[in-house]
Design a protein around this ligand. Structure first.
Ligand code: SF4
Ligand code: SF4
Length: 285
């Protein structure tokens, strides 16, 4: 099963939930898809080794063959090519490696050039009670997170429970992460900002047709708007984690709270069981 942990904005505690859930279950693979800032391993503290480089293809213009017809720059919706009267410019950091410019060029004046954009790393060892961790790491200065995430997702093990920590927000890297997952836990906090960003994340989950539920972190610290919204919309509230000084202290020390507060392990196991049940119902429906 593939369970993604996502949120419409950063700072909701998404990674904390992913790490604590993974540590509460057995035979788990934890994938850190927040490739611009992977930090699940801050909690798991495993030794990681690189297992693959992520290579993307960007256009390289053969200028002597170019007639400056502009077809490539007109096609590129990411503005990664600009055609001037006697000059053509490419902006590799904006390129999404779709290959379209190469297809539309009537002169065959665009070649592919491979560049390394990131690395996939995995933990050296895992056992039944300690999650294996895989993480993607986007190279500094590179902007193409989606290819790194797509490569990382090849490490999903269909025979295990895969916990997938998504990047924050609702942009392309989130869509790449959530594509094909079985269930999505949307983490939010009980504030008007939390509700605003939850609505955006819900839109993504609904558009992709992914069964989902909401986890309210730091419950009791704000207002009831998130809870009231979920009830009114018929959205499952899967769990509420209270604003708790002990949890905050453990977080600040990089310690997953299930390691020190054993009763939370049982609650995460119950959460997982309820997700499996809800997912089963969705599949049958
Ligand atoms: S490969 Fe796609 S994104 Fe990159 S420059 Fe060409 S058209 Fe634009
Ligand atoms: S489509 Fe080809 S020929 Fe036309 S401007 Fe682009 S590179 Fe040059």
């Amino acid at each position: 099963m593939k369970i993604a942990i996502a949120s419409g904005k950063g700072g909701t505690g998404k990674t904390t939930i992913a790490a604590n859930l993974a540590l509460s279950l057995q035979d788990v693979r934890l994938l850190d898809c927040d490739v611009e800032e992977p930090n699940c391993n801050l909690f798991l503290k495993k030794e990681l080794e690189p297992i693959a480089e992520v290579v993307s293809e960007i256009p390289e213009i053969v200028e002597e063959d170019c007639t400056y017809c502009k077809k490539c720059s007109d096609f590129c919706r990411f503005n990664a090519i600009a055609t001037l009267p006697n000059k053509i410019l490419t902006f590799p950091s904006l390129c999404h490696s779709c290959g379209g410019c190469m297809l539309v060029c009537p002169e065959g004046a665009i070649k592919k050039r491979e560049i390394v954009t990131g690395t996939i790393r995995k933990s050296l060892a895992g056992d039944e009670t300690s999650p294996e961790i895989y993480e993607g790491l986007l190279d500094i200065g590179k902007t193409m997170a989606s290819p790194v995430i797509a490569e990382l997702k090849k490490s999903i093990d269909p025979g295990r429970t895969n916990i997938i920590d998504a990047p924050p927000g609702t942009a392309c890297p989130v869509l790449t992460t959530l594509e094909d997952v079985d269930y999505c836990i949307l983490v939010t906090e009980p504030t008007p900002f939390g509700l605003h960003d939850l609505k955006l994340a819900l839109e993504v989950a609904r558009t992709l047709g992914i069964p989902h539920g909401v986890l309210i972190n730091r419950s009791g610290s704000g207002d009831d708007s998130v809870e009231e919204y979920c009830i009114a919309e018929g959205i499952d509230i899967l769990m509420k984690i209270p604003q708790d000084t002990r949890i905050a202290q453990l977080y600040s020390e990089g310690i997953p709270f299930v390691q020190e507060m054993e009763d939370w392990k049982d609650k995460f196991i119950q959460l997982y069981d309820s997700i499996k049940e809800r997912y089963g119902r969705e599949v049958e429906a």
